[in-house]
Design a protein. Structure first.
Length: 235
């Protein structure tokens, strides 16, 4: 799946102005956007997902134009067919695991029924070993179980790509290492292209088949040749 991104966005907060100018192309199945807090990583991911509208530029995925300021094209997030996994997983605390996963297959905001029968939901519950937990609520789950529930919900609608916003930042070091290994295994098993943003070099080491080094709203060195390898970024 090829990403072709060339976007600009200016944000103003009081006297501070932040300019995002991100341009890259990638065919990697595991793309990492690496940089410190405030570099523009989340803004970039949200623009790709359709949760933020750039001021100018274009976004293409697999040859399809998702956004193009010159033609007025701007597909809504629902039509972009990309799964966005928030840092805190954004599970609905009042819904069971089954209902949370089923929510990914529904249009609108009506809650799925507690005993919803859906072969696709059952497939992902089994794939992520969640069937035994299907009637529990997010507050009763471990960190790893919550992450698997969020991933199952994201994958139910069969997205073209998986967008991950600092997925391990809120976890303690031991759980973080375990969740990296689990996501690594699941992504390789499922073969869904993913874009992961992070400030953690350990995430880069595990997932960075290709790495974009983002600082102050600009990808550095991308115009000088191929995308940076993990070793070059961490050097």
């Amino acid at each position: 799946m090829q990403f072709n991104i060339d976007i600009q966005k200016t944000l103003q907060a009081g006297k501070r102005t932040f300019n995002l100018q991100v341009r890259f192309q990638s065919t990697s199945q595991r793309l990492v956007v690496f940089g410190p807090s405030g570099a523009g990583k989340s803004l970039t991911l949200k623009a790709i997902a359709g949760l933020l509208t750039p001021d100018a530029g274009c976004i293409q995925l697999g040859g399809q134009t998702l956004f193009d300021s010159s033609t007025g094209t701007n597909l809504p997030a629902q039509q972009r067919q990309m799964a966005y996994l928030f840092q805190d997983y954004a599970l609905f605390p009042h819904l069971t695991v089954r209902q949370n996963v089923a929510f990914g297959s529904r249009r609108g905001w009506l809650n799925p029924r507690a005993q919803v029968a859906d072969p696709t939901v059952d497939y992902w519950l089994n794939a992520f070993e969640l069937q035994a937990l299907a009637h529990q609520y997010p507050g009763q789950l471990s960190g790893g179980q919550r992450q698997r529930t969020a991933l199952a919900r994201a994958l139910v609608p069969q997205p073209r790509a998986l967008l991950l916003d600092e997925p391990f930042a809120a976890l303690d070091p031991t759980l973080r290492n375990r969740m990296r290994a689990e996501l690594d295994r699941l992504q390789r098993q499922l073969g869904v292209p993913m874009v992961l943003i992070t400030h953690d070099p350990d995430d880069v080491a595990v997932f960075g088949d290709q790495v974009l080094n983002l600082r102050d709203g600009v990808i550095h060195d991308a115009a000088e040749g191929p995308l940076k390898s993990t070793q070059e970024v961490l050097a």
